[in-house]
Design a binder for this molecule. Structure first.
Ligand SMILES: [Zn+2]
Ligand SMILES: [Zn+2]
Length: 366
């Protein structure tokens, strides 16, 4: 029992602090308010620095910009209404009661942007995808992947900073609830640490490829479609499950180098493109790509919709498409996006819903 713990002993929660500086008397402290939680969230994400590998040599120029993972002009603007798109947003202000996601309209100036590149590196690095039509050339595929990964690294660092500062958000709770809170918090931080390890390792691999322009070995699966996709996305995920519901058993493991998949859905001048890619070349990544390859052109579009909503929060939705969806289809997408921790085995399998109506015009593979 914590009452018996000496004031100068290490606290029971494992923070490494003395009990008197940590949990002693925490139940009598004033609980954090919703305003405190919102402020903490804002502060934790209020970072700006350049993620380009050359920034270490002091080669940045200009201020840190709002780098868009999905182009604002010709990208988000194509699906927006009054310059707004939907995003399914989770309230991250507290981890004590994780909530379901909700659709929120957000301005395209803010959507998908992160303050992770200086003006010079943002313009110079992504020119080939920002200023030239997407043709599926390997450097464009790599740059889409690089941008997704850079954002993931950035957001992950912010989340980590946020998580550390949530450690005392059990203020005012009784001891039993404090213990439950700390248990969840420890589990959450452990997951974030593992994620950081993978993302930092992958970032250095992608940085090397970026600088040397060596990305011919990249694995990719690109689906070209005949219309502008109603869902745009840019994200990175650790390999977890394939399109037939087979698990890869990589998640949560510190003893292996976890593989990642980068994923983008972008508009193109002929319609749209869905890009899966990775620089990893393991048996698991091969199986993942095979699980995509065996889907028919008829099955692929809805499989992609299911995948997007199960895996990627950096997803933007056409308001007119969303508002026209039937209630049960909306609910299914919200339920997918609301999933936390382990995804169910069948989350990518056909659920009978028709989410999108895309015709595939071509498939490019590595
Ligand atoms: Zn403590
Ligand atoms: Zn820079």
């Amino acid at each position: 029992m914590s009452e018996k713990l000496g004031r100068n002993n290490p606290c029971w929660c494992g923070s490494g602090l003395k009990h008197k500086r940590c949990h002693l008397g925490r139940e009598q402290k004033t609980p954090p308010t919703l305003e405190d939680a919102k402020k903490l969230l804002k502060e934790s994400f209020d970072k700006s620095y350049c993620l380009h590998p050359d920034s270490e040599s002091g080669n940045c120029k200009g201020k840190i910009v709002n780098a868009h993972t999905i182009q604002r002009n010709g990208g988000l603007s194509k699906i927006a209404i009054n310059n707004h798109v939907y995003k399914l947003v989770r309230d991250f202000s507290t981890i004590s009661s994780p909530t379901q996601v909700e659709p929120k309209l957000i301005g395209i100036r803010k959507a998908s942007a992160f303050t992770g590149f200086c003006e010079y590196h943002d313009t110079k690095t992504f020119e080939r995808i920002e200023k030239h039509p997407f043709t599926g050339e390997i450097n464009q595929i790599f740059l889409l992947a690089y941008r997704s990964l850079a954002r993931e690294v950035f957001v992950h660092e912010c989340q980590h900073a946020h998580a550390k500062r949530l450690q005392d958000y059990d203020r005012g709770l009784d001891i039993t609830l404090q213990k439950e809170f700390q248990e969840r918090h420890k589990y959450y931080c452990h997951g974030l640490s593992l994620g950081s390890k993978t993302l930092n390792r992958q970032k250095s691999i992608y940085d090397k490829a970026l600088l040397s322009r060596k990305y011919e070995t990249m694995n990719f699966f690109i689906i070209l479609i005949d219309k502008c996709p109603e869902i745009l996305c840019s994200g990175t995920s650790i390999l977890e499950i394939d399109f037939q519901g087979n698990r890869f058993h990589q998640l949560g493991r510190a003893d292996i180098d976890q593989d990642i998949i980068t994923f983008s859905i972008i508009p193109t001048d002929k319609g749209g493109a869905v890009c899966f890619s990775t620089l990893d070349n393991s048996e698991d990544t091969k199986s993942f790509f095979n699980s995509l390859k065996i889907l028919s052109k008829k099955q692929l579009p809805n499989a992609i919709a299911r995948y997007t909503f199960a895996f990627y929060e950096n997803t933007f939705i056409s308001p007119s498409w969303w508002e026209d969806l039937k209630g049960n289809i909306k609910e299914s997408l919200i339920a997918r996006m609301s999933l936390i921790s382990i995804l169910p085995d069948d989350c990518l399998l056909d659920d009978g819903f028709k989410y999108v109506n895309w015709n595939i015009t071509d498939i490019l593979t590595s």
